[in-house]
Write a protein that binds this ligand. Structure first.
Ligand SMILES: *[C@@H]1O[C@H](CO)[C@@H](O)[C@H](O)[C@H]1NC(C)=O
Ligand SMILES: *[C@@H]1O[C@H](CO)[C@@H](O)[C@H](O)[C@H]1NC(C)=O
Ligand SMILES: *[C@@H]1O[C@H](CO)[C@@H](O)[C@H](O)[C@H]1NC(C)=O
Length: 480
């Protein structure tokens, strides 16, 4: 769309308005911005002065905020040219500030520098991380915040941050602030205009590793801590996601209308292979179990939707991989079909991977319980105690009980069959966790955006300097 305007009608406008307004604005901002809020109002009046020259609306404006349309040309993709998107968001912000009609919160900016989120937003990646990223994006935008994408490009993050440091509240990043790739851009004695550590939040789908250099609240997670406080929870910041669509738009198929069907969770055929994945059941369980369960429920079946995701070369070298006997592979991967197949089942069966995926929540919301395999520690005194499990397919559901969630020890055939048979005649209502409703989720995103993280970091640093290490991170330097 923009190539035409560039070449013809709006060519002059682009060269003129874009060049003068945006460029001089950023030069201005880059030179004059500091931490004080009076600079903010000086900035606003500077923008107003400049944009009043052109009126700030109409076709010139449209051209300014347009993101180029790839129109099927792979060399023209917005995914590769993410700066188009982000630059256009900044121009949009500039214009609404000049007009004084920005949505509430628009001047609070999030930079998303996470690889998975880039692929979710520009590439329609719908895995677990993608679900999380897209939900956060929608929540932030529906509350008016400005979200920019930088595709793990620290130079570009730095480039933006130096121009509008006051506006940038939060930077989501894949790695922590002690990573060598990040380090050159962090604020330090040598780099006083770098990115302060307190703006940086590590994106941690699996709640893994330690905190950032400041502390554990700077790790954002997609699942809440499942441990009780007296079992020493880490103080990560749970953001998570909400159910899409929400409860009002999810239909729960009446139990008696559903066939005796267990849906096997997973999409990659390698998930059945011990050398490629964390496998919870022997390959022959499915057919054995199906045949045994059919004695009680003659029409019982396992269905699934797996595909071979390996490269052509891998397929050639490793030979064919198939879904185990006893599972009928529907081989559908579109999310609408998945939700349909799922909601007509009586149970969702985990096979080890994928861990902590959104699918069990989608199932529960549709009144479909979840069978979650776990592995108890070899020395466990009580192997049924979730605190004594080394692995669970879904940590946040470790402590749930039937008929909602059947936590079953891996490779235990009898427990596997028993749980499925029980589930076949144990209906549940559609279940959405309160934490996954939109209001609860939006509140967490607001908490992230509105908390004074600088003050919080200062408090931690003060204690740290006084020898009171509250973040279990005592050997890290925090004065950056
Ligand atoms: C895309 O770029 C490549 C490499 O520069 C070129 O060979 C190819 O013809 C281009 N494709 C299109 C559709 O322009
Ligand atoms: C956890 O983090 C929050 C937010 O930074 C903070 O207010 C709270 O004091 C922390 N709790 C603990 C136990 O460190
Ligand atoms: C360290 O600081 C925390 C938070 O202010 C406080 O609760 C705790 O008592 C302090 N510990 C020591 C040893 O001073």
């Amino acid at each position: 769309m923009i190539r035409r305007p560039l070449g013809t009608r709006y060519g002059a406008i682009w060269a003129g308005v874009f060049g003068v307004v945006v460029f001089s604005l950023f030069i201005y901002v880059g030179h004059h911005f500091s931490d004080s809020s009076t600079d903010m109002s000086r900035w606003r009046s500077a923008i107003t002065a400049i944009t009043n020259l052109g009126g700030g609306s109409g076709s010139a404006y449209d051209a300014l905020v347009l993101v180029p349309d790839p129109q099927g040309d792979a060399n023209w993709s917005v995914s590769d040219n993410y700066k188009w998107y982000t630059d256009s968001k900044l121009r949009e912000l500039t214009a609404c500030m000049a007009r004084g009609n920005c949505p509430k919160n628009a001047d609070k900016v999030v930079i998303n520098n996470v690889w998975h989120c880039h692929n979710a937003f520009f590439g329609n990646y719908l895995g677990g991380e993608g679900t999380w990223c897209n939900s956060m994006h929608r929540s932030l935008e529906r509350q008016g915040y400005t979200v920019l994408y930088t595709y793990y490009d620290w130079e570009y993050v730095d480039h933006i941050h130096r121009q509008i440091p006051d506006l940038i509240k939060v930077i989501f990043a894949d790695d922590d602030d002690q990573n060598s790739k990040t380090l050159p851009f962090m604020k330090s004695e040598k780099n006083p205009h770098g990115i302060p550590a307190w703006k940086m939040f590590r994106f941690s789908y699996y709640s893994s590793y330690a905190g950032t250099i400041i502390g554990t609240p700077w790790v954002v997670t997609c699942e809440p801590e499942w441990r009780d406080p007296d079992h020493g929870p880490r103080n990560f910041t749970y953001l998570g996601y909400d159910m899409e669509p929400d409860a009002a738009h999810i239909s729960v198929i009446p139990w008696e209308e559903r066939p005796y069907r267990a849906y096997v969770l997973g999409k990659h055929i390698t998930f059945f292979h011990k050398d490629r994945a964390r496998v919870a059941w022997e390959r022959d369980f499915y057919k054995r179990a199906r045949d045994q369960i059919r004695k009680k429920f003659p029409s019982f079946e396992f269905v699934s939707s797996f595909k071979d995701e390996r490269s052509e070369e891998e397929q050639k070298n490793e030979g064919p991989m198939t879904v185990p006997d006893g599972i009928r592979n529907l081989a559908r991967l579109n999310p609408v079909e998945f939700d349909h197949d799922l909601s007509t089942s009586r149970l969702l069966v985990g096979i080890g991977w994928p861990t902590s995926s959104p699918s069990p929540y989608r199932a529960l919301a549709r009144g479909v319980p979840f069978l979650s395999p776990y592995k108890a520690h070899v020395d466990a005194k009580d192997p049924t105690d979730p605190y004594e499990w080394t692995d669970s397919q879904h940590d946040a559901l470790r402590r749930e009980k039937p008929p909602l969630v059947y936590n079953v020890p891996e490779f235990d055939y009898d427990s596997f069959v028993k749980a499925i048979e029980t589930a076949m005649e144990s209906p549940i209502e559609g279940h959405i966790y309160p934490r996954m409703t939109r209001p609860a989720f939006d509140e967490r995103m607001r908490y992230l955006m509105e908390t004074d993280w600088r003050a919080e970091a200062a408090r931690i640093l003060k204690l740290r300097k006084a020898g009171n290490e509250t973040q279990n991170n005592g050997n890290a330097q925090a004065d950056r």
